[in-house]
Design a protein around this ligand. Structure first.
Ligand SMILES: [Zn+2]
Length: 252
């Protein structure tokens, strides 16, 4: 069963065709949610990739929505680049080096937009997730994960080494990571009013930013204003109380 739709998009500069996939949400078997909001459906990130670097001519272009006529579902009758060539800028980010390359791409993206706050918010959020990718799956290092039987001992041991490398790099980049969180916070604060659809999500994101910045009192202050305790909010509050500042797995 095909779980995704295949679309095609053309580079506005050199007119090369690129192929990509959109996961059909009704066919998703497994969703994974992390505390920073990054969500995976069957291992595909749900956030659309709005910036594309053309693999043929390196031109950068912005795609707000993957809808016709920007994309087409008709296969072009000329050769095209497949998704791996341009998805996440062609980076294979299973390694620490790849993950760093992704962070660096976002830094370049920030330079290319001029005072566009919507674009800046989008890029900084993805950059935040890219930094967190270095430590996102640290929970896999621990023994309960080994005993869950999801990895053989050898795979677990190799993965553990990679997790440790990621963690060391994450610590090294702490200053620039915090800089990004601060900028993100400034972009989000006061951006929405309670009438906006995005309001509630933005409050949760602000709490999470404070938590990851290690500003637990600020995070708790906002938590105290929220009457509702979903699984997600209760989990974040728990981590705030424990003064934990790492991204964590909420569900999946
Ligand atoms: Zn091009």
């Amino acid at each position: 069963m095909i779980k995704y739709d295949t679309f095609y998009i053309q580079c506005p500069r050199c007119e090369s065709w690129l192929e990509g996939h959109l996961v059909k949400s009704e066919m998703v078997n497994k969703s994974i949610l992390y505390s920073d909001g990054k969500t995976l459906n069957d291992n595909y990130i749900t956030e659309p990739q709005k910036i594309i670097a053309c693999p043929a001519c390196s031109h950068w272009f912005w795609v707000d929505e993957y809808k016709e006529p920007v994309v087409t579902y008709t296969k072009p009758d000329v050769p095209y680049y497949n998704w791996n060539h341009w998805r996440f800028f062609g980076i294979h980010f299973n390694s620490v080096e790849g993950r760093l390359a992704l962070v660096n791409h976002y830094k370049q993206c920030l330079k290319a937009i001029e005072n566009d706050r919507d674009k800046e918010l989008y890029i900084r959020r993805l950059m935040w997730w890219a930094y967190n990718d270095l430590v996102r799956n640290n929970y896999q290092m621990h023994l309960p994960f080994l005993f869950s039987g999801k990895m053989s001992f050898n795979v677990w041991r190799k993965n553990r080494r990679k997790q440790k490398q990621g963690r060391a790099m994450f610590k090294k980049l702490r200053e620039e990571y915090l800089e990004n969180l601060k900028s993100l916070l400034l972009l989000l604060k006061g951006r929405y009013t309670p009438d906006d659809e995005e309001y509630e999500a933005s409050i949760l994101e602000i709490i999470e930013l404070y938590r990851e910045m290690g500003e637990f009192d600020e995070a708790q202050k906002i938590l105290n204003t929220i009457p509702r305790r979903t699984h997600y909010i209760a989990h974040i509050e728990n981590e705030v109380k424990k003064k934990h500042d790492f991204v964590f797995l909420v569900a999946g």
